[in-house]
Ligand binder design. Structure first.
Ligand code: DGI
Ligand code: FE
Ligand code: FE
Length: 193
């Protein structure tokens, strides 16, 4: 299928399954990921597809997310079982492949899969989606947003580190349970600055 046609089709699918605010966020992540791909020399098309689909499992029920993981033999940790929204990346990667037809594109599926916590040694596309998700124009409330938006186009790894740090700080003050993955990834990027 022609690129523009595929993008239109995927946007339409997301508009069907997401509420208005989430869909706007989806479009914001799509074009922010495209801009970062231009800046860092990644595939703009892959960034757009990953951006459109990254939250394709966000508007499902927790039961549905757990069911998808079970069906695909994805191990579910204790934290993920207590907070199944953390599985929307992993479940989303399954849907992207099965329901939305993203075949033979493991790099796109991984960008969707790891977009919430990040992972060690992320690929360029994974970092782009991780950062775009945090800085897209519809985001308003994150601390240091102006600085992180600047940094994103200067030094992508530094932006990844800042986002992880602010996310951990936020979880610590707001009392959210921390997925050990988020801390592991933070230490990984801290050691590599
Ligand atoms: O799906 P989005 O809202 O667009 O963004 P996302 O997939 O990055 O999810 C954002 C939320 O995920 C944000 O409120 C912080 C939260 N998060 C990231 N790491 C962890 C976490 N929440 C918990 N409880 N534990 C984590 O380790
Ligand atoms: Fe998400
Ligand atoms: Fe998102």
């Amino acid at each position: 299928m022609e690129d523009a046609k595929l993008l239109r089709k995927l946007r339409k699918e997301m508009q069907k399954v997401q509420d208005g605010k989430r869909y706007e966020h989806t479009l914001g992540v799509e074009f922010t990921a495209a801009a970062l791909a231009m800046r860092y020399g990644a595939s703009v098309m892959d960034a757009q597809v990953a951006g459109i689909l990254h939250d394709c499992a966000k508007c499902l029920s927790d039961e549905k997310r757990l069911k998808i993981c079970k069906k695909h033999n994805i191990p579910v940790s204790d934290v993920e079982r207590r907070s199944p929204f953390l599985l929307h990346g992993k479940a989303g990667a399954c849907l992207a492949e099965g329901k939305y037809g993203i075949q033979n594109k493991p790099e796109i599926l991984n960008a969707i899969r790891y977009h919430t916590t990040g992972r060690e040694n992320m690929s360029l596309l994974e970092k782009i989606v991780f950062v775009a998700d945090y800085i897209e124009p519809g985001r308003r409330h994150a601390p240091n947003l102006t600085e992180i938006r600047n940094l994103a186009f200067e030094n992508l790894d530094a932006a990844v580190l800042c986002i992880l740090k602010d996310t951990l700080d936020h979880l610590k003050t707001a009392g959210g349970e921390i997925d050990p993955m988020t801390e592991t990834v933070y230490r990984y990027y801290l050691d590599r600055q």
